[in-house]
Unconditional design. Structure first.
Length: 302
């Protein structure tokens, strides 16, 4: 029997328990992958705590994880173009990444030059970055402010926007300023002085992508001249400012991983630094993220 980190109930990280589970059977259009690595994201923590229980139904068994990379193990009816043994990465809208086996309905081939950890760290962040940039409708020559520019989504969004010909301001913590510069952005500091720092550079911006959800929407709306082109991924107070809260719907950016994986393989796309933990240590990963003591993207590996 395979194992997975099963959510046994809403609550603290200890509710994630390494347990035996049934081997999942792929349905029509699905593959089953033997997981080599799985990404851990901030939404995982919210689901575990029960913050999203009213809008996000859990599968049974409740195995978290929106993104994983692994080896194709079995094919469901109607699947073609992939074979057992192929190496793939997948976004998992119905979760399941924290297990030794996971089912996927969409996947992307993992190039040999991409590590398992990078392949697992890409899907959810790439989908969010590509999707929100599309929703904002940004175009070459415009100015974009990225709140949380040092996070997994912000790092990808910054690079894609710079490559598209935008001027990007990246609001980060003090440890990420040089990294923001290396990615082609102009760093500014998160916090109470954000508006003054931005005013020292520009009067206004064309759009704001809030990838952090840690405040700053009031300043963002003022800089953008209103909420129309301000989108947040995580700020629960978005409605207070008239700002749209973007969710990972199936049509937001279904081609995001296909678009970004070749860039990652060629070295044109960099990811946030990672911290690797064993798959069975999902509870510890949540503890570290919740305590703010992990400043890297956490990837669980087999």
């Amino acid at each position: 029997m395979p194992y997975a980190a099963v959510l046994t109930g809403y609550g603290p990280p200890e509710t994630l328990v390494w347990s035996e589970v049934a081997l999942p059977a792929p349905g029509p259009g699905q593959i089953r992958m033997r997981v080599h690595a799985a990404g851990v994201g901030p939404t995982d923590l919210k689901i575990r705590r029960g913050d999203l229980r009213g809008v996000f139904p859990l599968p049974v068994p409740a195995v978290l994880g929106f993104e994983a990379a692994g080896t194709v193990d079995a094919l469901g009816p109607g699947v073609s173009g992939v074979s057992p043994g192929d190496e793939v990465a997948a976004q998992l809208p119905t979760l399941g990444g924290y297990g030794e086996y996971a089912l996927a309905s969409a996947w992307t081939v993992k190039p040999a030059t991409v590590s398992w950890a990078d392949a697992a760290a890409l899907p959810a962040s790439a989908e969010a970055a590509v999707g929100v940039l599309r929703q904002l409708g940004v175009t070459s020559g415009e100015t974009l402010l990225v709140l949380g520019g040092g996070g997994s989504v912000g790092v990808i969004a910054t690079q894609l926007a710079v490559a598209q010909g935008l001027t990007v301001f990246s609001a980060t913590g003090p440890g990420d300023e040089q990294f923001a510069k290396d990615l082609g952005a102009i760093p500014v500091r998160y916090g109470s002085a954000l508006l003054a720092q931005m005013r020292a550079h520009v009067g206004t911006v064309d759009a704001v992508l809030d990838a952090g959800g840690k405040g700053g929407l009031r300043d963002a709306v003022e800089l953008a001249g209103g909420p129309a082109r301000v989108i947040t991924l995580a700020d629960e107070h978005a409605a207070d400012f008239g700002v749209a809260l973007s969710a990972p719907t199936p049509d937001r950016a279904p081609d995001a991983v296909e678009q970004t994986m070749p860039l990652l393989a060629s070295g044109q796309l960099r990811l946030r630094a990672q911290r690797l933990l064993p798959l069975r240590d999902a509870a510890r990963a949540h503890t570290l993220l919740e305590a703010g003591t992990a400043h890297e993207k956490i990837v669980l590996t087999v």
